[in-house]
Design a protein around this ligand. Structure first.
Ligand code: UD1
Length: 360
């Protein structure tokens, strides 16, 4: 069986790092990279750090506008698919690359497999929300990470036979990749175990709205007066901070976007996490670090319902209130002791379902 996988961004590389080697092992597998993320820090470093083989094809797509880029991705992916004629095209998550891959495959009548199907924020300011909906509705097999996602898909009248619960790949890739962790970055930044917070911010609804970004930075500064914050800055956030002429206080330790292994090392040594990233919310839970979500909604409500993660919103007073709670040792301890179900083995389940599907 011939399978094409399409990736294009930092989180897709990381989230697929437990699945890609299994695809290579079990199928005639071709990997396409759309070039959506192209900076060394957002792309190549992930392949190096996670010991992943390089893609077979790398597209050359415009960075001028998302619409132009998506159009070019569809054209270039179609050319490769027409030549390769795979049985399936696998896409993951909710990026422009995800949707472009699904459209190209669907137009060529090639079955689309969507990993992380059914995630919804119901926040229609998010470009990713539309990518998810389009991709799910074009897919033949929808691998859902949790029951919330399954419920969302059923509500959208997706044929139930297409939906397969496998769990999230976060537990598999976190287990796979923790062997690469080292403490260098923690020591280099002069940080002490459990005595600092890791923060990330990059969602467009947060960075591109000056009032929201200022409020969030001001909240981080207030919290950083009580405990050091390490803030690896995403290129989009860096651009917005520059454009909006925001000056960060020296209590916040900023770095450029870091490699995944550095983030993982910081996460493991931190007291708790503050983020608007989807992947970081899940990784925090996988390593039992409480997480304050710097948004009003989350796709990973399962972790909020479990009492591990908290929607701290984008309002300064709420964020400070939640952070103060987590600075209390007894409260931190209580949250860490909460058990919740982790679904190890999602990556293997995906492979087995695909193998059985091809035998039918
Ligand atoms: C988004 C989606 C997610 C989807 C993914 C790919 C949401 C809320 N999330 O990812 O559901 O699966 O796109 O389709 O829409 N990291 C670094 N260096 C840093 C900072 C973070 O390596 O400096 C790592 C984190 O450890 C994590 C990943 O990057 O593994 C997160 O990437 P991010 O860019 O935050 O995207 P998401 O919001 O997770």
């Amino acid at each position: 069986m011939k399978v094409v996988t399409i990736i294009g961004t930092r989180p897709e590389i990381i989230k697929m790092s437990s699945v890609l080697p299994l695809l290579d092992k079990n199928f005639n597998h071709i990997l396409i990279h759309t070039d959506q993320h192209y900076d060394y820090e957002m792309d190549k470093i992930m392949f190096e750090q996670l010991a992943l083989r390089m893609p077979d094809h790398r597209l050359n797509t415009s960075k001028a506008s998302p619409a132009l880029q998506i159009g070019e991705m569809i054209c270039q992916i179609s050319e490769i698919l027409e030549e390769q004629k795979p049985d399936f095209v696998i896409v993951q998550g909710d990026t422009n690359s995800t949707m472009a891959g699904a459209i190209a495959a669907n137009k060529l009548k090639i079955k689309v497999i969507h990993i992380e199907a059914g995630c919804r924020s119901f926040d229609y300011r998010m470009p990713e929300e539309f990518n998810r909906i389009v991709t799910d509705h074009l897919s033949e097999i929808l691998f859902a990470p949790d029951n919330v996602a399954i419920r969302n898909l059923k509500k959208e009248n997706i044929n139930e036979e297409k939906i397969k619960f496998v769990g999230s790949t976060v537990f598999d890739y976190s287990n796979r990749n923790k062997k690469f962790v080292d403490k260098t970055i923690v020591e280099e930044l002069g940080l002490k175990e459990n005595k600092f917070i890791v923060a990330t911010l990059h969602r467009q609804e947060n960075t591109d709205n000056p009032a929201v970004l200022k409020e969030l930075i001001s909240a981080l500064e207030a919290v950083a007066e009580k405990i050091p914050i390490v803030f690896p800055v995403h290129p989009r956030t860096q651009k917005a901070i520059g454009e909006q002429k925001i000056k960060l206080s020296s209590n916040i330790i900023t770095t450029k976007a870091l490699g995944y292994i550095e983030v993982l090392s910081l996460l493991l040594a931190s007291r708790f996490v503050m983020t608007d990233s989807g992947g970081v919310q899940e990784e925090a839970a996988a390593f039992n670090k409480p997480c304050l979500i710097l948004r009003d909604v989350t796709e990973w409500s399962r972790l909020v319902d479990a009492g591990k993660n908290f929607i701290a919103t984008t309002k300064k007073e709420n964020i400070i209130m939640y952070a103060e709670r987590l600075l209390n040792d007894a409260e931190l301890d209580r949250i860490k002791k909460i058990n919740y179900e982790s679904d190890i083995g999602a990556s293997e389940k995906i492979i087995n379902i695909l193998k059985n599907y091809s035998n039918d």
